[in-house]
Design a protein around this ligand. Sequence first.
Ligand SMILES: [Zn+2]
Length: 432
Amino acid sequence: MKIRLPKIKVVQLNCGGTLIYEKTNFNQASSVRIGFSVGSAQNEINGTAHFIEHMYNHCTKKRDKETLVADIKKYFGTSYNAGTWRFATLITFTRVNSLLDQCFELASDMLINGDLDPKLMESERGVILEEYKRKLDLQKTSIGIDHENAMLEYIYSPQQTLGDEADLAKITPEVINNFKSKYYNKQNFIVSVAGSESLGKVKKYVEKHFAALPSGGECAPSTLQNIVKPSNMQVLEKELDTPLVYISLKCVGLNNPKHYTMGFLCEYLNGQNGKLFRLVRESGLAYSISASRCHFTESGSLDFSFKASKENVNKVIDKISIVVDDIMANGIPEDRIKQAKENFEYSFKESQTTNGREAVYNAVSYITKEPFTSQADIKAVLDMDKQTIDSYMRELFSKNTEVYVTIGGRGLKASDFYDLKTIKKMILKGNK
Ligand SMILES: [Zn+2]
């Protein structure tokens, strides 16, 4: 099987900034992410970067509100979106190549010439406050952010990103203009394009429309890594009738090829024939349980998640313990490794040929220095033998691994469940 890998070109632009370009087989269309490598990490007042992103759609020095809204519809079409990440604020759209010239002109007007109408700013403050409240409501029934916060530094919180009522009240036109004059400049400008338009034309359009990018200001600091915290267990009050449980083990991140073995492990544990799923299901303890992997560049985790009645949570943990014992003793069976490799190859190939996919290696990945899968990686995964995979499994379930447990539900007490020491004893079996 031939696997096509993205051919990424990184180009320094004459107008300042960086272009990440990938030629794809999109049918006469291109997918674009454009903006600045600054985001909520640069906020002095919570919510500033995101507030600016909301003001993109309001008015510019060239276009009043009506004209801008009409042009967004005309040029970007319905694919238009804008987003604030921790390290980036970007406009995104996918459009036919024949409109790209106009699209970049519009993007430059929105990013560089944004104007602040105090009345529109007031109404946007209300919109953002509602967005913040909706995020908080969602958090009442989920433990994802709480769990990540227990594991890692520098995770988004809704307050950091969006700002609460008091934060939002402090965001004045002066705060916005200061942020922009500090960071919306040549040094932080970034654009990624994945599409069928030629690199030459894309570069020409961008340099023409962004010639007026300001110089000076500050370069956004290089990205902070997710620092792993020590083992932790928390029992939280959440609006859930049935407790929701996350148990995570620290493992390697994306820049370590061993992370692929985690995918094999998850395949072995999950699904109708999955070892763990069957054990839990056959004993009627939970409707489902899943093992998944989460990877950042430097660090990752193997995450078990399930919902079970308060009485059954410990019993599910007993089952996880049995499964880990089995993996420590026997590793992952040869036939399941073979199956997992086939699936890996197939899904990778599919992701490379799907027409409507977005840029494989986009602006955000570039900024956060995320490694992408190379031909050498693919070969390394397909060549991995059982011994190598099993030896990493033993490393994963070793006594030195950090373990994080979050349990959320109505009226729970820590004493309802095993404590962290017990859980660690049950799922960490080996010595390094
Ligand atoms: Zn928003």
